[in-house]
Design a protein around this ligand. Structure first.
Ligand code: SF4
Length: 473
């Protein structure tokens, strides 16, 4: 489907007899944040154990593998590659042994100065084994002259810029860190005497843990046998919570940035109905992404909500297309229209985003083919005009239809009778009172953390910007 790709999900647990099993379940709940690889590292106090695979969580581990991940503390990672290629060496957790001892790192986010740091270290003789920006953190850690591992971590992270929500395991400590801007979410929970850290609270729910609070932007949260403590070693920075977590990435049953995602997403739909009203008979969500916003749109507009498109949840990675072409097969195999709901009706389709427009165009066509009299498209966020540099896989700017086309042109391209987006103000009002605390760069092109131009090469971002464009504002 035509969406931004989620980045990574991270998890950590300290003080649980089934640490690896709990981590497995936590990753299972976070699978939507990364589907290319899954990995767990555990510590039994003497050494770290690690298992990683290029697979879904369910396929990456079995009972034997989990039994080998001994110890009462563990960290886990699901990954979709945003920086670095898709291969096992890049899968998390990244584990090294150095002067500070063994360490495993799970990283959600992108560092914007990784390439300049890497180049400097490579000129100095360093050998990198992966093409991820996360490995830069490990090199900086290994080189730190700080006495204790936690100080070496702070030393390393003081040198990087950009987005990082981390779960880190040493032989004796679980450490969770969030960058000072707070780009990506990171929550702390409690499971009996065990402490849990995870990208989204839906992972706490699955293992029966209770949400305690978020790791604060700029906080280093350390858990070991002596208890829990926090330090805030980084200077103050402008908050930049990724607003797209509320729009699309996070699961609606999660709380991120202290807000219910379901409530935020439903509010987006209500705001959309106020800003972009339309005379219609039925509101139909694009499943599953548009469901919450469609509920809000229907509530506010009074137009009944019907599930006029049904999603097939069993389309797997091994799917084989037929040799003979079938019209709109790619979309139809995932979404099928319900003729009894659509026939003769004026339909409002609601989705959470419109990236290239290719899928929306096909969906409008199959809804019309099912007999809809009018098809109106409503999008519960502003036009997406800029790529993300903070841990989200986005197409090049030239492929973002709203960056290169007017509203009318997009409307014509997707074949809708009308098209309406939520405004930036509407979006920010719907996600909560702290409007200034969000990153909205993919809607504005104004980036809260500047990055050097040559960074584009290492992070493979060059292609995402048009030639000669300013890279930092
Ligand atoms: S640019 Fe968009 S996707 Fe990236 S962090 Fe900012 S709001 Fe999130």
């Amino acid at each position: 489907m035509d969406k931004f790709k989620e980045e990574c999900g991270v998890f950590g647990i300290f003080g649980h007899p089934e640490a690896a099993n709990m981590t497995y379940l936590g990753l299972y709940a976070l699978q939507h944040r990364g589907q290319e690889s899954a990995g767990i590292a555990s510590s039994d106090g003497d050494r770290l154990h690690v298992s990683r695979a290029m697979a879904y969580v369910n396929d990456a581990f079995d009972e034997t593998l989990l039994a080998e991940l001994r110890g009462q503390m563990a960290v886990g990672h699901v990954r979709y590659s945003t920086a670095g290629e898709s291969r096992l060496a890049n899968a998390g957790p990244l584990v090294i042994n150095c002067a500070h001892g063994e360490i495993a790192v799970c990283h959600n986010g992108n560092l914007v100065n990784a390439s300049e740091l890497k180049d400097a270290m490579v000129s100095d003789g360093a050998i990198f084994q992966t093409s991820t920006d996360s490995e830069v953190i490990l090199h900086l850690y290994a080189r730190s002259k700080a006495a204790a591992p936690e100080h070496a971590i702070v030393d390393a992270l003081s040198q990087v810029r950009g987005a990082f929500s981390l779960t880190i395991l040493t032989k004796h400590q679980l450490i969770a860190v969030r960058d000072p801007h707070g780009f990506r979410p990171l929550a702390i929970g409690r499971l009996g005497d065990a402490v849990v850290v995870c990208s989204e609270t839906c992972a706490l729910d699955l293992i029966g843990a209770t949400y305690v609070r978020d790791v604060e932007p700029g906080e280093v949260f350390i858990v070991d046998r002596s208890g829990q403590r926090s330090i805030k070693p980084f200077g103050p920075a402008r908050l930049a919570h990724c607003v797209f977590e509320h729009v699309y990435f996070a699961r609606p049953d999660s709380y991120v940035f202290g807000q219910s995602v379901n409530e935020a997403r439903t509010s987006l739909g209500r705001a959309l109905a106020c800003e972009q009203p339309v005379d219609a008979d039925v509101v139909v969500p694009i499943p599953d992404s548009g469901v919450c916003a469609a509920v809000g749109f229907s509530e506010k507009s009074g137009i009944p909500l019907r599930m006029g498109l049904i999603r097939n949840h069993y389309v797997g990675r091994t799917f084989i297309e037929p040799r003979q072409s079938i019209r709109h097969f790619g979309v139809r195999v995932k979404l099928n229209p319900v003729r009894s709901i659509l026939e003769g009706q004026r339909v409002v389709l609601v989705d959470d985003s419109l990236v290239r427009g290719t899928t929306s165009r096909k969906i409008v066509k199959i809804v019309r083919a099912a007999g809809a009299r009018e098809v109106h498209m409503r999008i519960s966020c502003p036009p997406t005009i800029s790529p993300c540099f903070y841990g989200v896989d986005t197409p090049h700017r030239s492929e973002l239809i709203a960056a290169t086309h007017t509203l009318e042109e997009i409307e014509t391209y997707i074949g809708a009778d009308s098209l309406g987006y939520l405004s930036l103000d509407g979006l920010l009002s719907a996600v909560g009172p702290a409007k200034e605390s969000y990153c909205t760069s993919c809607y504005t092109g104004r980036y809260p953390v500047a990055f050097p131009r040559d960074e584009a090469t290492y992070l493979q971002l060059a292609l995402k910007l048009d030639k000669g464009e300013a890279v930092a504002k």
